[in-house]
Design a protein around this ligand. Structure first.
Ligand code: CUA
Length: 342
């Protein structure tokens, strides 16, 4: 293949890939699903349209000049040279000023409006760490008792959510494109982000600041529910653990409490009160685990409990078999126990 043909083929492949990704992109900012994302999208749209108009006019003028003033056959004289034209210089100063002004005014107004604490908001604290998200739901209207959850943020639809974000280690960034803009999550500092969903559904998000080995494995989900469903969910989350009833589940609980699991994880209603890993009191109500990279099912739990660092590089969870010395029957029992934590 000739170099030029190769270049054209490569460009065609990249374009097809981009179109394919755009058609099936869970992290798509162009399909806002709530009023805040809509506001940002509106701003983006306005800037985009202005930019397209400017691009077409400028490129059109260049193409026009190329043809209109091209060198013709038999014409060897230099083109006419002009120096200084006050009217022209004023025009090309004032037009960009007007354009920038028309972008700046709604942008600045938007920044202030997004930073305003919304009335009647649900307050949730978000704590980032390598490489998962912890959510603290304090007691408030709609939440009868406080509780902690991980990676999956449940919210009621039609109510603004006021997130207070901070980090336990390095800088992360919180992003759920269908519901809001991005917000850096910084140690020793509380940043805020307002989000809201108009319809029930699951909205994907991810960490968007490089934060170490498993940055790509630090995902998140926002699960928007009807307010009544949300309150039901919150009431269940606030309860202590569901005691295992099967023999295998009981054995799993014993293994859990005898192992170093208790040093890192909390299960409310047991002696496990660790604060390094996610609260597992209702882990089986989550769709995913391990920073949202795994669907919550038996197969994935077995992979995770056997060798977590092999599944998620840099994971603080030690390898179950090689490091913690768990047997396969211990792991089966642990899985039965965890799957019962509804
Ligand atoms: Cu956390 Cu990237």
């Amino acid at each position: 293949m000739k170099p030029r043909a190769r270049l054209v083929a490569a460009l065609a492949c990249v374009s097809l890939l981009a179109v394919g990704c755009a058609r099936n992109a869970p992290l798509d900012t162009l399909r806002p699903q709530g009023p805040i994302a809509h506001q940002i999208y509106g701003l983006w749209n306005m800037v985009f349209i202005l930019a397209v108009v400017v691009f077409v006019l400028v490129e059109g003028a260049i193409v026009f000049a190329l043809f209109r003033f091209r060198r013709r056959k038999g014409d060897d004289s230099a083109p006419k040279q002009t120096h200084g034209n006050t009217r022209l210089e004023l025009t090309w100063t004032i037009i960009p000023m007007l354009l920038l002004g028309s972008i700046a005014i709604p942008t600045v107004a938007g920044i202030f409006s997004l930073a305003r604490v919304p009335k009647g908001a649900l307050n949730i604290q978000v704590q980032a760490q390598q490489w998962w998200w912890k959510y603290n739901y304090p007691k408030q209207n709609g939440i009868e008792a406080s509780f902690t959850n991980a990676n999956e943020l449940h919210i009621p639809v039609g109510r603004p959510i006021w997130l207070s974000l901070n980090s336990n280690d390095v800088i992360h960034s919180y992003w759920v494109p269908a519901l809001a803009g991005k917000q850096d999550v910084v140690p020793a500092r509380t940043n805020h982000l307002k989000i809201e969903a108009s319809h029930p559904g699951t909205y994907l998000g991810t960490c968007v600041e490089f934060c170490g080995l498993s940055h790509a494995n630090m995902r998140l989900r926002v699960i928007a529910q009807e307010p009544a469903d949300f309150e039901k969910w919150a009431a269940n989350q606030a309860r202590n653990l569901m005691m295992p009833t099967s023999a295998l589940g009981k054995k799993g609980m014993k293994v859990f409490l005898a192992q170093q699991c208790v040093g890192c994880h909390t299960i409310r209603g047991t002696a496990a009160a660790g604060n390094v890993g996610p609260d597992l009191t209702h882990v089986a109500t989550r769709e995913t685990f391990a920073g949202g990279i795994f669907a919550f099912n038996t197969h994935n739990l077995r992979l995770w409990l056997s060798d977590a660092p092999a599944e998620k590089p840099g994971s603080k969870m030690p390898a179950g078999i090689a490091t913690m010395g768990l047997s396969h029957s211990d792991i089966n029992a642990l899985i039965a126990f965890l799957e019962g934590l509804k």
